[in-house]
Write a protein that binds this ligand. Sequence first.
Ligand code: SAM
Length: 299
Amino acid sequence: MDGHIAAAAASKLETTPVVAGLHLVATPIGNLADMTLRAIATLARAEVIACEDTRVSGRLKAAFGLNTPLTPYHEHNADRAGPGLIRRLKQGGIVALISDAGTPLLSDPGYRLVRAALAEGIPVIPVPGPSAALAALTASGLPTDRFLFAGFLPPKQKARREALSALADIRATLVIYESPGRLPASLRDMAECLGPREAAIARELTKLHEEIRRGPLDALAAGAESETWRGEIAVVVAPPDAAAAPDGAEIDALLRAALAGTGVRGAAAEVAAATGLARSGLYRRALELRAEDDGGDGA
Ligand code: SAM
């Protein structure tokens, strides 16, 4: 690297301010060169780094010459480890939270710690960087204007199919994490429960064997059957076909059903979430329907 680039990077590392509080630090999802300067500066200046697996994060520390002590924080010890971290933070400490890879809290521990910190008035500071979800979404070639991060689907087929059916009507691109062993079965269920859609399988992103397969969901599912999958995988699925959007009568039926259980505002929000249609138009239509129905009751 050019000397002047190294000097500029070193100066950024020196001058990046790191305030007291809980820092949520994203780390690489495979390629160590994706570590940000701010992530290094924050981890270097933190009093302690809370991490999922101290062996995994020990390797990250070694790669960047960091000396900050590690302390385990994962879903099995969160109740025990959380209060100690909050005590340090209340005393004005700098605590960094990282996960094994990518952005903490995204299918990774940290949510409870963030809630506990906020409840104590402790600043929570994001230090953004790599995430498999956004890397897969942006390279998928599928719409990025509206997306839903669904994390991992349930491992058992019945629950997985129920989860997928609940996602089927959402007018957004779906981003799903999946283990290699379950990928073929999971893709099959996606094809059946979500219907014909474009999709992408993003495997080993940022790593040596990075691969992104794009195509119709049913074709990807059929192609995946005969293979042994390895590595880390994120699946991206396009929204349902807009041409299949509900017509006026279907929208009225959905709004009436929602109005039976909630007010006009709630009904509009419910139907907007289910159809992806604009809430304002649904609100106006829900008002009309309620007026009609009230009139029809002879009220
Ligand atoms: N917090 C991480 C993030 O921001 O992406 C994700 C942690 S989650 C426990 C791990 C899952 O993320 C993997 O099982 C896989 O589905 C996905 N993943 C992580 N790294 C990946 C990569 N390099 N390529 C594709 N998917 C990846």
